[in-house]
Design a protein around this ligand. Structure first.
Ligand code: URA
Length: 445
């Protein structure tokens, strides 16, 4: 295998054979193919795409580069959900305990923040002592015992994706449908699932903002999942504004606990229930959406979901008392209100810009090696369409120092625009896509 010739072929619009993909990914995983060649190939894929056969070969090669979770002899359904990434999106923290409380097994392997988006692992690590680095054997045992485990992509799972994902983050090759599909599906297919729900974001804060590309991504991932025996459903959801109020690691844990107490923001709960309904449907526990929602609500009102969360935190080395006393979580020393500078209507709450503010405050990474601060972030109260008066509170900055807080106020004000006429926001859940086709969410077929 002469790698420059393969890069050249892809660059010029040709395709690689299955054997070539397998050999390439094997050699990249062992370090025999260096990052600079893989980066060039990723850019060629970014521009030229992959044929369906190439995508299948790449995904399978990345999947086979590591180990998998095994649930031999386990008859319960195993369902995960994964999002393409957003700001304020903490639905995973709610769904894992809620679904486990319904009898579904949730082996949930999550990622760290990528670009301007937050990562579930960084949020979980805001819980004192919480270990996301479980071994696969420990994760399997915990899932069977408690119903859920939330872990990071270990060295053992799809190591080729681990390397490629980090490389793409720094080579401007994230926003590629085949690369995102192979990356997400190689990890998810290693979880030993019986079904998968994907949340594909659209809007200015999404990696692929346009609806048409999001739908293509959805169809691509569904066909990869279905062809490998993993029924897959996608909801296309809004990321033209942050989800919920809290944006930042510990703040999002606090809001997730509030959600599991029945006190979550309406938009967050709407998306959480929509995804949970699909998970219950795939788990063959409840096919009727109204009844499924009631079941999910019951896990909140009965306290069963909070109970699973307590058990999961304890099992993973964290302090379960944070569930009953979220004040035990780190709180930034400075809180600064950001006030509306005019009367009007909120026309835009730009998630990408707000995600960058969180990174500026230290709540996300600029480089892979950066340490993430658990306590900093934003509470964003402004929602598109809200009528505001000059002096109303739009957001609260949580920062380590007063000067850090003051430093980001102009960026927050620029991200939350106030005008005279409301601009329609995207529907919170826009599309449902499955193997049988796509339909606008809520429309009857
Ligand atoms: N999430 C992933 O796991 N991979 C991507 O490429 C993008 C989002």
């Amino acid at each position: 295998m002469v790698v420059p010739r393969l890069i050249e072929r892809k660059r010029d619009g040709g395709s690689l054979t299955g054997d070539e993909w397998r050999e390439l990914i094997r050699s990249y995983t062992t370090g025999d193919v260096p990052d600079y060649q893989m980066a060039a190939l990723a850019m060629a894929i970014f521009y030229r795409g992959l044929t369906p056969d190439e995508l299948a070969a790449l995904t399978d090669a990345m999947l086979s580069s590591g180990d998998r979770l095994h649930f031999d002899g386990e008859s319960r359904q195993r369902i995960d959900k994964h999002s393409t990434g957003g700001v304020g999106d903490k639905t995973s923290l709610l769904l894992a305990p809620m679904l486990a409380a319904c009898g579904v097994l949730v082996p949930m392997m999550s990622g760290r923040g990528l670009g301007h988006t937050g990562g579930t692992l960084d949020k979980l690590e805001a819980i004192p002592g919480f270990r996301t680095g479980l071994s696969l054997r420990d994760a399997e045992a915990q899932v069977c015992r408690i119903g859920a485990a939330m872990l990071g992509q270990t060295e053992e799972i799809a190591p080729a994706d681990r390397k490629l994902y980090a490389l793409r983050d720094v080579t401007a090759t994230v926003e590629s449908i085949p690369l995102i599909s192979a990356s997400i599906m190689s990890k998810k297919l290693a979880e030993g699932l019986t079904g998968l729900v994907l949340d594909v974001k659209i809007g200015s804060g999404a990696f692929l903002p346009e609806e048409a590309r999001a739908l293509e991504l959805a169809r691509t991932m569904i066909s990869l999942g279905e062809a490998r025996g993993c029924p897959t459903v996608v909801l296309v959801t809004a990321m033209d504004r942050p989800l919920g109020v809290a944006c930042g690691n510990a703040l999002e844990v606090v809001e997730s606990i509030a959600g599991l107490r029945g006190e979550g923001p309406a938009d967050l709960m709407e998306v959480t229930f929509a995804l949970g309904i699909e998970m219950l449907h795939l788990a063959k526990i409840e096919g009727d959406p109204v009844a499924a929602r009631k079941r999910l609500e019951a896990t909140i009102s009965s306290g069963a979901a909070l109970d699973v969360l307590r058990q999961m935190i304890a099992a993973q080395g964290g302090n379960p008392s944070i569930v009953d006393d979220p004040q035990l979580l780190a709180r930034a020393p400075v809180q600064l209100d950001v006030l509306a500078d005019r009367d009007g209507v909120v026309t835009q709450v730009e998630p990408r810009a707000l995600g960058r503010v969180i990174i500026e405050l230290g709540g996300g990474r600029r480089a892979v090696t950066d340490t993430v601060l658990p306590d900093v972030g934003l509470e964003v109260f402004a929602k598109p369409g809200a009528v505001v008066r000059r002096g109303d509170r739009l957001a609260v900055v949580h920062a380590r120092t007063r000067s850090a807080a003051e430093g980001v106020v102009p960026a927050v004000l620029a991200a939350v625009t106030i005008g005279d006429v409301a601009i329609p926001a995207l529907p919170l859940v826009a599309w449902r896509v499955s193997a049988t086709g796509e339909q606008r969410y809520g429309a009857t077929s």
